[in-house]
Design a protein around this ligand. Structure first.
Ligand SMILES: Cc1ncc(COP(=O)(O)O)c(C=O)c1O
Length: 440
């Protein structure tokens, strides 16, 4: 759809805890959020009516809409950032609010910690639980996916000879935690290798099923493989594993706030995600979901004898931590919900398809991401024949000012390309031109 001129719609939101604002100890002012955030605060009533009625696939291509969103970010002019998968910047309104929280808490210090902090944390936790479609009693705020999933892996009462199943394309920190359990407790890790372009869900399910034995207790599955962007059929894998008496832990580092879903729809027992990737929170925020009836048997890493075995907060005793980050999560949720997860997912998939369609089948260019659009969203991986991924990433950055990240292992050789909501088709055109030049 052609981009249209719009009269500079503005986000009419002011955070009362912006850096220069008065410190107000009234709770309603102290935790300022976007309140009734919706597209209504970003667009004029006429535009809002149009956008609200527009199907997600059409809005995904509406450059005027996304220019407005792009205007909420402060971007560097020095290079095109196509590596938004590690840590994705906060939108300016979220960042302003976060800085306000840092300043406010600095003034109130221990008084804040002793009086308001527990209530605030519960409120943010409850909002995250709502976003995930779970009970607040099944979810805690962590620092990141590593903390969330390693808490589960380490919390199992492993016996020598117990087995776990995972994929070589899973994230290194979790693979290492399983290796540590093998060394310390004598468990056996069975590692499958995922195909780059599966023919069906069943092919993937069978791969995991073949690795299960009567000794298997836990299966780890990525919701979205971080090095290729491959979305795995978690529900089907969970159902297959449960039928064999195996519990399922899902790595949602890249899926949460990128894809529209509820955790219970996936059927897994444990789910961990980072919020500083796709929710755009301040750095150092994550979630851990543990299904209610799985909580009691997990051993915490840090003891908290005041908590009942069935209370998920027993897993959350990490001491004094940057609580202003927890408050920033709420502002990030407001911004995220103002756009809407379905619009976000549709736009991110559109951007990825926009560039991969132009290079699939081009001589010397190898796309390492499934060809079925349903099996990927923002992230894709591309390599050039006879070129080391590290050299490709360096050439893209040095010669073309395009920032990506090299992936060279686990059967994946290329650069990972991760656009964000602020990425434009023109930036992707520049990347495609560079890639074709290099491949030629
Ligand atoms: C699939 C996956 N799992 C886990 C992690 C770890 O995330 P964090 O460093 O936020 O703990 C990452 C980070 O990129 C990831 O891609």
């Amino acid at each position: 759809m052609a981009a249209e001129a719009v009269s500079a719609p503005r986000l009419s939101i002011e955070f009362r805890t912006s850096p220069n604002s008065r410190i107000d100890v009234d709770k309603r002012d102290f935790i300022r959020t976007l309140g009734s955030a919706s597209l209504g605060v970003m667009f004029s009533p006429g535009l809002l009516a149009r956008y609200s009625a527009m199907p997600y696939e059409r809005i995904a291509e509406d450059e005027a809409f996304w220019r407005t969103i792009r205007g909420k970010y402060r971007l560097t002019p020095d290079y095109i950032n196509l590596e938004n998968g590690y840590y994705s910047m906060q939108a300016e309104p979220v960042l302003d609010a976060f800085i306000g929280h840092v300043r406010s808490i600095n003034v109130q210090a221990s008084r804040y910690m002793r009086t308001r902090q527990p209530d605030d944390k519960l409120r943010v936790r409850t909002r995250l639980a709502k976003m995930a479609g779970v009970s607040p009693e099944e979810l805690i705020i962590t620092r990141n996916t590593t903390e969330s999933l390693d808490t589960v892996i380490n919390g199992f009462d492993w016996q020598p000879g117990d087995e776990a199943v995972m994929a070589e394309q899973d994230y290194g920190a979790m693979l290492d935690m399983f290796k540590l359990q093998a060394r310390r407790r004598g468990i056996v890790n069975r590692v499958v290798s995922l195909p780059l372009d599966p023919r069906s869900d069943d092919e993937i399910v069978q791969l995991y099923a073949n690795a299960i034995t009567p000794r298997t207790r836990l299966l780890m599955v990525g919701h979205m493989v971080n090095i290729t962007g491959h979305i795995l059929p978690v529900r089907a894998i969970s159902d297959m594993a449960h039928a064999r008496g195996v519990e399922v832990m899902t790595d949602g580092a890249h899926a949460f706030a990128q894809l529209a879903f509820n955790i219970p729809d996936l059927g897994c027992d444990y789910y961990g995600a980072s919020l500083h990737k796709w929710l755009g929170t301040p750095l150092g925020a994550g979630i851990l979901y543990v299904k209610q009836d799985r909580i009691a048997k997990l051993w915490p890493i840090y003891a908290d004898m005041g908590m009942a075995d069935r209370d998920i907060r027993k897993l959350n005793h990490t001491g004094t931590h940057p609580v202003h980050t927890d408050l920033g999560i709420e502002n990030a949720i407001d911004f995220h919900e103002a756009i809407g997860i379905e619009r976000k997912e549709a736009r991110l998939r559109y951007l990825q398809q926009y560039w991969t369609k132009q290079v699939r089948g081009v001589k010397n260019i190898i796309v390492n991401t499934p060809s079925d659009p349903k099996r990927s969203c923002a992230i894709a991986n591309v390599g050039v024949a006879n070129m080391k991924p590290g050299d490709l990433a360096k050439t893209l950055m040095d010669r073309y000012k395009v920032f990506t990240v090299a992936i060279d292992g686990a059967n994946v050789h290329g650069v990972r390309v991760t656009p964000q909501l602020f990425t434009t088709p023109q930036e992707l055109d520049a990347f495609v031109r560079a890639l074709k030049e290099i491949a030629a």
